[in-house]
Design a protein around this ligand. Sequence first.
Ligand SMILES: [Zn+2]
Length: 424
Amino acid sequence: MSEFVITGGYVLAPDMKLKRADVAVGSGIITQVGECQSAEQTIDAKNCIVMPGLINAHTHTPMTLLRGACENLMFEQWQKCIWNKEAKITPSDVHLGSLLACVEMIKTGTTSFADVYIHMDRAASAIKKSGLRGVLGWGVIEGFGEPLREKLAHRRAFVRQYNNAADGRITTMYAPHSPSTCSMEALGLLSRMSEEDNVLVTTHLLETRKEAETLKKDNCHLQCLKDAGLLSGRLLAAHSVWANDEDIKILSQHGVSVAHNPISNMKLSVGTAPVTAMLREHVNVCLGTDGAAPGGSLDMFASMRTAALLRRDRGQDTHLQDILKMATVNGAAALGLLAGQIKKGFLADIILVDMKKPHLTGHDPLSALVYSATGADVKTSMVGGEVLMEDYQIKKIDEENVIERVQKWIDDFNCWSFRELPVK
Ligand SMILES: [Zn+2]
């Protein structure tokens, strides 16, 4: 029995073609696509594309607090600047920053995301409140005075406590920061823990040339991950900008997913990921924004457009369907979600994109989605059949209040930290 029917729209079908169809939703899942019997409630999708909610495969939600904080720096200086500021971030700050990220994601059409940061129990409470779906990892960087075994025991407690929280909307994963900030011992232990707890692992991989050269000198870029047992379908590797042809073959052979973050990579001048080669080798490439500090925004439409433009800039064939799949189907596969497609039996994580706009009027609606739309064109958004935004109005969070609180936090933060020495 469907609880409501989305009527009158054009559905982006699993084959990435548009079809005139209604979508019925019941008990949080899509119960029918096509001619649907009328339900008590309907959502009018006239002039809209009804598509799967976008899946952000790599972000750090609390980093909304640091948006614009360390600009115009090369990667190593940027990382130093950010880590310096992050050292002062408290658990309640994480909650606030994550809440703002949730507002931004709902308003720009993201329904699921992979999120890694610190104090993730506080991020979890923000995500629970928002109604979004998140896969959360509490990052692991070795050192900082905490013995490894204690650190990993703490991460395991988080993984076990929060997996399947918020009626299953929150799941968890292990998150070694990168092979260059974690020892072989840590990587091996995390691999075993992820297998025992049957959860994903995510890590930054080959993001910068310097990291790639250092790891390759020690023959430890992919070999260390392989020796640790991490190269598998459970691994989601962010960036992989400096993966060479041989690396790409290895990633493919082991079923590793790659989260491509084109805007962050451009903004931090780290290079361009070899996405065309990865797709040729059938690597599951999905799309992310990275945090709002390195990426500027959490708008997945901006990520889609930039990913497409980067390939066009190199004269490469760029199929609109590939780009749309990266942001939906492939993201769902990487995160192990039965989502990312408007299909009977799939989670009702759905967005309505309002196409009756001057900049979306044209020959090809799919081209408009990739090259012309922005997150601000998302009119309605739902997760598991729960409507989080209807007709541009967010329902579960007081948007204005969150924006004001974050701006005040930023003003206070700059006030008491202005005496910091500048980063050299
Ligand atoms: Zn990242």
